[in-house]
Structures are given as C-alpha cells and as structure tokens.
Design a protein around this ligand. Structure first.
Ligand code: ZN
Length: 316
C-alpha cells in the first residue's frame, strides 16, 4: 500500500527530508548539509530519501510520491531546476528525471515559496480556503499564489514575485530591473538600514543600548524587542514596514480577491507590531467588500512548511 509521501526541502545550507503521512504529518525527519556541486547534491537527495525510508521501517513500495521544493527558478512542468544562486554549479538540473530513474517513485518539484503556499493551503493556515496569497518576509520578500486550490505559476512559470511589486513611482533600482520594489524597502537589510538612518537623526531609542552601542548588531529581532517595550522609533519602523506592505497587498487584494493572505518568514515573528497596523492600513486601502473577505494571518507551518508542502505536492 502506498500510504506515505516524502517531502524534500532543498536549501542552500541544509537539505531537509521528511517522511509524511497522507494528512501532512511528519513521521520522520532528517537534516544533512546540502553540499556543493550538482552531482553531490543530487546524490545527497537520493541518499536522504533512501535513508529516511529505511529509518522509518518502510519499504520503497509504500511511498506514493516524492516532492522537492527548491529556491530559484524551477520549471515544475518539466521537472528542471533552471538556476540556483546559492548552490554552486546548479543550473538546468533535470531533478525529476534523476530522482525518478534512481528510485522509480513519481517525483514533483516546485519553487520553495509555491511549496510553502501549497503546504499552508493543505495543512496550515489556509485549510478550507481556495484562494490564498502567501508571502515570506526575510532577507528578501517571496510570494506564492493559489487560485482555485491550485498553484498559479504564470506563463513562464515565474508568477508570485510579490517582492518586486513597485510601491513608489520612483525609488531604488532593483535586481529585477525595476525600481522601488517592495523588497527594496522591507527586505531584512533594508529594515535595518532604515532603523540606522533614523537613529542617526534622533537619539531617543532603546535600540543602541540593546546592541551595546554597536549599530551593526541591529537585527529585526532587536527592533521587535524594542517595540515590545514601547520604543517609539522601533514602533515607527514597523508601522512604515506595514505601510509598504499594505500598499503592495492592497493591489493584490483588489485584483485577486483572496480569502487569505498568509505571511511567514523571520520578519513575521514581529507579530502584532507588524500585523495590527497592516490590517488597519489594508482596510483603508481596498474596496470594503473585498477587505471584509480577506483575512491577514501568520503562516502556521514555520520551519516545516518546505517538507509538508512538497510532500503534499506529491499527493496526486
Ligand atoms: Zn525588483
């Protein structure tokens, strides 16, 4: 009986593999170093899948499918990873073909944020929903869109670049070729930069004390901690962050009319200091009948979204 799925979360540093049941529960999990170079990474993936199957006391014949989530540009139809910036020598890798010929189990791959969105849809914050938009807020801003219960990939399989929605007519030049992209204002480093700029203009903040005077040590977590004790400068930073985010999301909500906006990633740990102003600002900026229907919630699957989402992708 094919009662189990395998989810693989391929990251630049870690390769996480999980044996998952049909309801999306992780039964076994292993984490190894991803390694460098195409051949090593591919072998690691197959080895991790074999190891986890035997560790869980299962036979290969019990695995219904394998899902693999990868950062970068992924051709999910052909099962090819087109490009990965954080793993050397990883271009045009025929991942699906390689894994299927090594293990003879149906294999599916997709971009990691699409995978996260799909995981949240099936097993997390988006259960029972059909139309959701997911965002990850971290070093960059990633996005995944689900329409009618399916991942929306677009005509060149690259939809969902929410971080590259312009939020101003003019502004910083971006790697995508555009200007004033959302990511240019609320990517991790930009939040820190805005904080340092404010600190150089005014002194009244607890933040310098929290980093013992070394402004290079400021992290989003520090800015969160400052906000939590009522620091007005920190609260201002999160309000501004919410404003940029609300500007982009208002457009998305007016266009797509989703039931849910699911927000994950490290910056989402800021919790109410980001989410409260964000919800208020969105209400002010979209059609009232659309605002009523769209809930803004935190992602539920956290670190395990990659494993669960990719396993669910393989459930066909
Ligand atoms: Zn951009």
């Amino acid at each position: 009986m094919e009662n189990f799925l395998i989810g693989v979360d391929l990251g630049g540093t870690n390769l996480k593999t999980g044996l998952v049941n049909m309801d999306g529960k992780i039964l076994e999990k292993i984490v190894v170093d991803t390694g460098e170079g195409k051949d090593i990474v591919l072998k690691q993936i197959v080895k991790a899948i074999e190891n986890i199957t035997s560790k869980a006391g299962k036979d290969k014949s019990e695995i219904a499918g394998i899902g693999i989530g990868s950062p970068g540009l992924v051709d999910s139809e052909k099962g090819i990873i087109r490009g990965l910036t954080n793993i050397k020598g990883f271009e045009n890798v025929h991942m699906k073909e390689y894994v299927e010929s090594a293990l003879d189990i149906p294999t599916f791959i997709d971009n990691d944020v699409n995978i996260m969105a799909y995981g949240e849809l099936k097993c997390g914050a988006g259960k029972d929903a059909m139309n959701i938009v997911c965002l990850t807020l971290g070093t960059g801003v990633g996005g995944g869109i689900i329409i009618d219960g399916k991942i929306y990939r677009g005509s060149s399989l690259s939809a969902g670049e929410i971080g590259h929605i312009p939020v101003n007519v003019d502004g910083p030049k971006c790697i995508c070729g555009g200007r004033a992209c959302l990511e240019s204002y609320i990517g991790r480093d930009r939040i820190i930069k805005r904080t340092i700029e404010k600190l150089t203009q005014r002194k009244e903040s607890i933040i310098p004390k929290l980093v013992a005077g070394d402004l290079k040590k400021i992290t989003p977590k520090i800015i969160y901690e400052a906000a939590a004790v009522g620091d007005t400068l920190a609260i201002e930073i999160w309000n501004e962050t919410a404003q940029y985010l609300a500007t982009a999301l208002a457009g998305i909500i007016n266009v797509l009319n989703p039931e849910l906006i699911v927000i994950g990633g490290g910056i989402a740990n800021t919790g109410k200091y980001l989410f409260d102003p964000l919800r208020d600002m969105i209400k002010e900026r979209v059609f009232p009948f659309l605002a009523e229907k769209t809930r803004i919630v935190r992602a539920q699957l956290g670190e395990e979204a990659g494993i669960i989402g990719s396993a669910m992708l393989a459930k066909v």
